[in-house]
Design a protein around this ligand. Sequence first.
Ligand SMILES: Nc1ncnc2c1ncn2[C@@H]1O[C@H](COP(=O)(O)OP(=O)(O)OP(=O)(O)O)[C@@H](O)[C@H]1O
Ligand SMILES: [Mg+2]
Length: 290
Amino acid sequence: MSNQTDQSRAVSVVILKGGVGKSTISMNLARQLTKRGRVLFADLDPNGHATNGLGYEKAYRGDTHLGNVLLDQGDATVGDIIRETPFEFDLLPSSNVLEDVEKELAGALQGSARVKTKIVDPLLGDHYDYIVFDCPAYPGMLNNNALVATGNVIIPLEPGTSSIGGYKRTMDRLIKPALEYIDIEVLALVPNKLRERIDHRTEDRELLENLNTAETTREKVPNFARITDEEFEAIDCGELRPPKPGIRYSAALSKSLKEHQPLLDYDPENTQLENFEELAAIVENGGVDR
Ligand SMILES: Nc1ncnc2c1ncn2[C@@H]1O[C@H](COP(=O)(O)OP(=O)(O)OP(=O)(O)O)[C@@H](O)[C@H]1O
Ligand SMILES: [Mg+2]
């Protein structure tokens, strides 16, 4: 294939908290990655928000679904489930029975490795250069499968204490337990829905300052949200105009989903696309490049 990159990579977009932007970020990241290689966008969240948001309600309610492949039911192969889309990536749709499938996975032999053996191992490198998973907001077999299958995570965050709590839960209940058995690389911590000033004590400021100062997190902050100690000081002295870090809250981002499109298709000139471009580079490079 002409545009195959040297290194293919699969990544899970995950945080154990709803509504932070997993679907928005995973879908737009997948869309941006199509400029770098062949992409599969996999919706592993039983709520199907990304699948339905892209207009694939019929697939979400289809009789043949991802669960058939994961649980070896019938003759369905992953190729029967995957849909081509107008957005240059293929879609592995979620299914309205995925919650039941998750329960069955709990009792299945190698139930945490099914997504790896049935989807990622056969497809990554051969059919796709990148596979991006949109994950559920709760711990369980689907998230375990995503971690085992990808070994890479991107964690979205939003201003407010509950999102920090969600981040801690994600580390304590999902990532750290899994690290006992597999390697997991946190590729990036991605602040989303920023809309307040950061030269005042706002929740936006608190999130950005926390992420950018703590030793364990600051190397994971994309350049579009990176603010150094010196820059914070300069901002507070009025010497530096506060930057407007991404990913900002934007009507275009929420509207694009209602119009069944990634942002790149909905509004190709939107300045927020730069943020997804950096996320795509982070996935290609395997981490943040300063
Ligand atoms: N940067 C943003 N600007 C404006 N709206 C946003 C932004 N990010 C997400 N949203 C909106 O916030 C809502 C939640 O986002 P999204 O569905 O991506 O989160 P999620 O983590 O996948 O949620 P869930 O856990 O319910 O699946 C959606 O309505 C989405 O359109
Ligand atoms: Mg979602």
